[in-house]
Design a protein around this ligand. Structure first.
Ligand SMILES: [Zn+2]
Ligand SMILES: [Zn+2]
Length: 372
């Protein structure tokens, strides 16, 4: 979902792009054009993507014959859950889509936890993800697996692009355009965004310190650093990226979405992604706090938001009314992957934004601070 960028772009918003002619099957216009990122950015991204796997090899070597301690596994699970929910509940459902209103201290905790996932600073994360919703699976989408067309070769190349390849391209998303609410009116989120590098360091140092303290040995700190630090980061990153890649290619589409949007529900990733892999349900109603709509669609992020609501830490939660859910099921079932059409905006009480040539997702949180 996100680039790995430490700087917050404050450049003025560019003019709206002209409406591209796109038939839903061809490669994106200019999609094959090579967009070379600056060398420094490429090196940093490569380090963040590849280093955890080098660490995994080192970790297995270190653990060979000695085993991995229970402490390492428990610390890895703890940091995976905390940072993962920081991304899904904090970055995604709270800050990107405004699915609920959180107490200020909870908002800060969620933003800090998400920032420790090595998925980019929160304002860039939000901007990129809003752009993904605004241009889903058509030209303008930062990480669509349909970028190179729907032929077998194009699909494979597109899958790699949507998973992690897009991180290595240089197609900046303007935070001023897609996340002005956070950039201009939310000093706490701006500070946390700027603290992204420090929070990344903390994300690795905390498991190291905990492992050292619990085991009483430097070696214990080192194995915790590898398993609960780097390997945990790698796992969460690839689960998140799989929502961008696999959850637009494989799985069911029970709900109606906008034209060209090919988001899917993919059950095998539901638990590891904390409910984010019910991606078709999410794209059909982006602001809904629950992505798993069916009775057996487990959604831990929604369960946590529900708990926050009961504790009165979260208010104004956007839960989907059952009648609207039924309507979406009906609309969705009438369309196939290739021909799906959006549910009518009016039928679900959504308003439109943007003018000709630009389609804004009506649920995007690009509005003023008064709406928070
Ligand atoms: Zn998506
Ligand atoms: Zn979203």
């Amino acid at each position: 979902m996100t680039p790995v960028r430490a700087q917050i772009r404050q450049a003025p918003a560019p003019a709206a792009p002209a409406a591209p002619a796109y038939d839903g099957r061809s490669a994106f216009p200019h999609g094959r054009q090579r967009l070379t990122a600056p060398a420094g950015h490429t090196a940093l991204t490569a380090t963040i993507v590849l280093a955890p796997f080098i660490a995994l090899g080192a970790g297995i070597w270190l653990a060979w014959g000695r085993g991995i301690t229970l402490t390492d596994l428990l610390l890895a699970a703890f940091f995976y859950v905390v940072t993962g929910l920081g991304v899904t509940v904090g970055f995604h459902r709270l800050l990107t889509h405004g699915s609920f209103t959180a107490r200020p201290w909870l908002r800060v905790i969620l933003a800090v936890a998400g920032s420790m996932s090595f998925q980019g600073n929160l304002i860039d994360w939000v901007a990129v993800h809003r752009r993904h919703h605004a241009f889903t699976d058509r030209p303008g989408d930062p990480h669509s697996p349909y970028r190179y067309g729907t032929g077998p070769g194009g699909q494979l190349r597109g899958l790699a692009h949507a998973h992690a390849g897009w991180l290595f391209t240089h197609e900046p998303t303007s935070a001023a355009r897609y996340a002005p609410d956070l950039l201009r009116n939310d000093p706490a989120m701006l500070r946390i965004s700027r603290a992204f590098p420090a929070l990344c360091a903390a994300s690795l140092l905390l498991p190291f310190a905990a492992g050292w303290t619990i085991s009483g040995s430097l070696y214990g700190g080192l194995t915790a650093f590898i398993w609960a630090g780097l390997v945990r980061v790698a796992l969460l990153q690839h689960v998140t990226w799989s929502v961008n890649s696999l959850c637009h290619m494989i799985g069911g589409r029970p709900y109606g979405t906008r034209r060209h949007d090919r988001s899917t529900d993919l059950w095998p990733l539901a638990l590891l992604s904390f409910g984010e892999s019910w991606h078709n349900g999410h794209h059909s109603q982006p602001r809904c706090a629950r992505h798993g709509r069916g009775p057996r669609q487990i959604d831990p992020s929604a369960a946590l938001i529900s708990l926050f609501e009961r504790l009165n830490w979260a208010t104004n939660v956007h839960w989907q009314p059952p009648d609207v859910l039924q309507h979406h099921r009906t609309v969705g079932s009438k369309h196939t992957l290739r021909t799906s059409a959006p549910a009518s905006r009016e039928s679900i009480g959504l308003r439109s934004r943007g003018g000709p040539g630009e389609v804004f997702d009506p649920d995007l949180r690009t509005a003023t601070a008064s709406q928070r």
